[in-house]
Write a protein that binds this ligand. Structure first.
Ligand code: ADP
Ligand code: MG
Length: 458
């Protein structure tokens, strides 16, 4: 008996050792993979499989007859933290298991905390001078808005900020940006926010105000600047100083977001939402001894450097249009400069097939616009992957708006959201295919805007 106990103890110990070694190796492999992703300019793809939910069964009557069933059957699983396993069991066919690999796969029980922990390093990159874009892709009801914003309030479509553990990537990322900034010298960084919706291939500024100061959506256009960047002239940017100002602002904008309840999910959003945080760094003449990565970057940056003081320093607080800031008067001879980096957070509209949602009329038109913009996104990725000389960014407002992020100027993370139920199998396979293709795109090394190292004065 004692012998068995000793043997069991030995086995347990060696198992523990092997597990520890495995974890260490996994970390090493992840770090190496990460460096490879950086060098190739690959798009990172994470995949989140949401839990089965009551409406998975309730929506049964709205889908084509061959998919109708009044029970839920889970067919998409996280096989491990890098693999999705899908059981493809169509009637009359032998069941096949398909697997898909991504940088990270979250199972249904993984929390908003866990998802954000993997996103947080990108925010450090943001303050180090990289542009960053995080976009959620998936069919309606697959958890995009939950992942990006958090659970939504029933009554006004805003998102709930009551329970912090439920908050999604957008509020957490903003909180993290403020926390990173608080470690820098006061006044050296500041944050502006814009909230844009792309609906029926039109761009709406959700922070624009009317003459009485009430927020209402105004149509804007996206243009390509002489430097080849995409820009939205007259877009409203508001300066925010803390997370509660940010939440208040975004929630106000969100209430204007166009929605049309599809039968798949009653609170579905029928538009793409792009929340952008622009981080401006003030660099004084002394700090500006920067070694530029190359001449081109230097020239590019010189065009982006404005000799202006931050908005907050000029006046107490106001809304303003981004590129229209007036020149400031300096009392010192040394000219502070500004460098801007951008964090774009995108909640895409649902990627489901038209027939699936049971929509007709105006809603069908919306869906076809959504489908067209999402295929434009796939076409753009395809053109970059094949290194074609022409990338069709301008085929859709969505791709034109996100051109700089998709085309290589930003670290890009696609958060694929998957509904695990059998009846959404076709949509899930489509999303997984999109994610797989996105991972293969090589954009070349992502450029960094070389910022001086600023540390808080002791
Ligand atoms: P989408 O934006 O893709 O249309 P939502 O984010 O609105 O989908 O999610 C649909 C529903 O599922 C919402 O009620 C949401 O709260 C719920 N949900 C989504 N993902 C999760 C999750 N990981 N855990 C719990 N509930 C979730
Ligand atoms: Mg949504």
């Amino acid at each position: 008996m004692q012998m068995f106990q000793i043997k069991a103890f030995d086995l347990e110990q060696s198992l523990q050792e092997v597990t520890e070694r495995y974890e260490k190796e996994k970390h090493k492999r992840r770090a190496l993979h990460n460096s490879l992703v950086e060098l190739r300019g690959n798009i990172r793809v994470h995949c989140r499989i949401r839990p089965l939910l009551p409406f998975d069964t309730a929506a049964g009557h709205t889908i084509p007859q061959d998919r109708q069933r009044n029970f839920s059957e889970k067919v998409a699983y996280a096989a491990d933290d890098e693999t999705v396993l899908v059981k493809c069991n169509r009637p009359g066919h032998a069941s096949i298991n398909k697997t898909f690999q991504f940088e990270r796969v979250y199972n249904a029980s993984e929390s908003q905390d866990t998802v954000f922990a993997d996103v947080a390093p990108l925010l450090t990159s943001l303050l180090d001078g990289y542009n960053v874009c995080i976009m959620a892709y998936g069919q309606t009801g697959s958890g995009k808005t939950y992942t990006m914003l958090g659970p939504q309030l029933e009554e006004n479509f805003a998102f709930s900020t009551e329970d912090e553990s439920e908050l999604g990537i957008i509020p957490r990322a903003t909180q993290e940006v403020f926390s990173l900034i608080s470690e820098k010298p006061p006044g050296s960084y500041w944050v502006e926010v814009s909230v844009v919706e792309v609906y029926n291939n039109e761009i709406f500024d959700l922070l624009a105000k009317d003459s009485c100061g009430r927020v209402f959506g105004i149509k804007r256009d996206v243009v390509t600047t002489r430097e080849g960047k995409s820009d939205v002239p007259l877009l409203t940017y508001e300066t925010v100083e803390n997370i509660s100002e940010f939440l208040h602002l975004v929630n106000k904008g969100l209430q204007l977001r166009v929605r049309h309840p599809t039968l798949v999910h009653a609170h579905s959003s029928r538009s793409h939402l792009v929340v952008t945080l622009t981080i401006t760094t003030i660099v004084s003449g002394d700090n500006f001894g920067i070694s530029w990565e190359d001449e081109l970057t230097s020239q590019k940056l010189n065009k982006e450097l404005f000799c202006t003081f931050p908005q907050k320093m000029r006046e107490n607080k106001s809304t303003f249009s981004s590129r229209a800031s007036s020149p400031a008067q300096f009392e010192t001879t040394e000219k502070p400069k500004q460098i801007k980096t951008r964090l774009q957070l995108v909640d895409l509209a649902g990627s489901e097939c038209v027939g699936m949602s049971g929509v007709t009329g105006a809603a069908l038109r919306e869906t076809s616009f959504i489908n067209r913009s999402l295929s434009a996104l796939a076409d753009v990725l395809g053109a970059i992957a094949e290194q074609r000389s022409h990338v069709p960014y301008r085929n859709s407002k969505l791709t034109h708006l996100l051109q700089d992020a998709i085309g290589g100027d930003a670290k890009l993370l696609v958060m694929l959201c998957i509904s695990p139920d059998q009846k959404y199998l076709a949509e899930s396979m489509q999303s997984l295919g999109f994610g797989t293709r996105a991972r293969q795109v090589q954009r070349g090394q992502v450029k960094k805007k070389n910022l001086p190292v600023l540390s808080k004065a002791k």
